[in-house]
Ligand binder design. Structure first.
Ligand code: EPZ
Length: 428
């Protein structure tokens, strides 16, 4: 089992270039199923992460031709794809459910099982089902399998109970081939939704309104190929911003869309961080950090839940008290219990975390419980006094491309150890 070994008290200096967004490439790869032209789709700025390779395996299982090299993907759905996905592939990540909409639209039927993904709460998919049924799908469940049939998807007006990112994306991908007009209300407004809209439009879809509360779609007969560059990963950018602030460093973040991080930059500045913004760059300088009254995670453009864990590290090391409210997921504070082993003073009460800033963390052996929690523990280890071992770093590799190498290039003393038992033997 791989782990990261971190020698603490690092001060990050230098620069980092942001790669393509995990939460954009995954729905866009799923949408490539809609291409019936027999020509290849070319995707660039692809992050080399585990979840992208899992989605590649799912597409290959469905019968698509998928090639990945040097952060570029080419995908061809020249043959009619299969309509069923194996249980083990479905269980590897949440995004496997993104195949429901496009397979239904393309084939009129699909068989899946409940998806896997980070353990951050129950993560139901009822909003996906309600929306697909509104478009005419008949969904049944039998012995753990989910069957959806829709000989003919028909446009509808749908109001989402919650601006779910995944449900918004699934319904967009179903509606683009549905007969007639579809209006989706109360949709997610994340930049990744806009990126998906741009990709679908490139394929010939008629879809408007992504980034607002309402998306309007007019179904077309068929969709073709296109080339598309994935937007930069705003969550990775925020992770590096926070890491630089926590270690008291000065870092240039390149290849980012600063406006995607407005809520994050505002909250970090409220906590005393010195951040300058240029067209596609941001600079964070050495800052004296103080607690903030409240950080509440919200759907975009609010503070992103995916940066709640890294922000917890920053505020746990800031002067004074802070409160974090996790309004999106029911159980996304597991990293707090790991941080306590490093001397963090954090009390959890349901969806609220109460922090009392401490001067210093102590290095410890900690375990990544999900993707973003893992990144937060790495940040904590970079700042801590002494050695930190972060276990279960596969979670981190699901969404960050060789995270340790980016930190090493900024001067961090972090190494990837392939066999955890060697670390124990070495008495690190
Ligand atoms: C996407 O997950 C992201 N994943 C998550 O990123 C991100 O945290 C989340 O959106 C919120 O921004 C990908 O894009 C691959 P939701 P998703 O549907 O689509 C409830 C990361 O670290 N809900 O917006 O699963 C749900 O339980 C990952 O990169 C229902 O109740 O999120 C949750 O409480 C983690 N019924 C809330 O909505 C449904 O049918 C938000 O979920 C769907 C969702």
């Amino acid at each position: 089992m791989e782990c990261f070994v971190i020698d603490g008290k690092n001060i990050l200096q230098g620069s980092v270039t942001i790669k393509g967004a995990k939460n954009s490439v995954l729905p866009i790869m799923a949408a490539s199923v809609l291409n019936s032209s027999g020509e290849k789709i070319e995707l660039t700025n692809i992050p080399d992460i585990i979840d992208m390779h899992v989605m590649k395996k799912i597409l290959e299982y469905l019968g698509l031709d998928v090639h990945y090299a040097k952060n570029t993907l080419s995908i061809n759905a020249k043959n009619r794809p299969s309509h069923t996905i194996s249980d083990d592939l479905m269980s590897e990540m949440r995004s496997s459910i993104f195949l429901m909409g496009p397979l239904l639209a393309r084939l009129g039927k699909v068989r899946v099982t409940y998806p896997g993904g980070c353990s951050i709460g129950p993560r139901p998919i009822d909003l996906h089902f309600k929306g697909l049924e509104a478009l005419g799908a008949r969904i049944t469940e039998e012995n753990g399998s989910i069957f959806a049939h829709a000989p003919y998807l028909k446009g509808a007006e749908i109001h989402l109970d919650f601006p779910s990112v995944g449900a918004t994306e699934n319904l967009m991908m179903a509606a683009v081939l549905a007969g007639g007009k579809t209006i989706l209300h109360n949709v997610a407004k994340e930049p990744e939704i806009v990126d998906l809209q741009n990709f679908l439009s490139g394929m010939g879809a008629v879809v408007r309104g992504a980034g607002t509360d309402t998306i309007r779609i007019t179904g077309v007969e068929a969709l073709g190929c296109c080339s598309h560059r994935i937007i930069p990963d705003r969550i990775a950018a925020g992770t590096f911003l926070i890491a630089a602030a926590v270690t008291g460093g000065e870092v240039l973040i390149k290849g980012v869309i600063p406006s995607h991080l407005d809520a994050v930059v505002a909250k970090m500045r409220e906590a005393g961080a010195s951040i300058d913004i240029f067209d596609d760059k941001m600079v964070i300088r050495k800052s004296k950090l103080r607690g903030v009254e409240r950080v509440c995670t919200l759907p975009y453009p609010g503070f992103p839940t995916d940066l709640q864990a890294p922000m917890m590290v920053m505020l746990a090391l800031a002067r004074g008290n802070s409160t974090i409210v996790e309004s999106i997921f029911e159980a996304r504070f597991r990293h707090a219990f790991e941080l306590r082993q490093m001397n963090a003073h954090i009390d959890i009460d349901g969806r609220k975390a109460f922090l009392q800033g401490v001067k210093e963390f102590r290095g410890a052996e900690v375990t990544a419980t999900d993707l973003r929690a893992g990144a937060a523990l790495v940040i904590a280890g970079l700042a801590a006094e002494g050695k930190t071992i972060v276990r279960d770093i596969r979670h981190i590799d699901r969404g960050y491309e060789r995270l340790e190498q980016d930190f090493q290039r900024m001067g961090a003393r972090i190494t990837r150890v392939r066999d955890f038992s060697k670390v124990e033997a070495a008495g690190c």
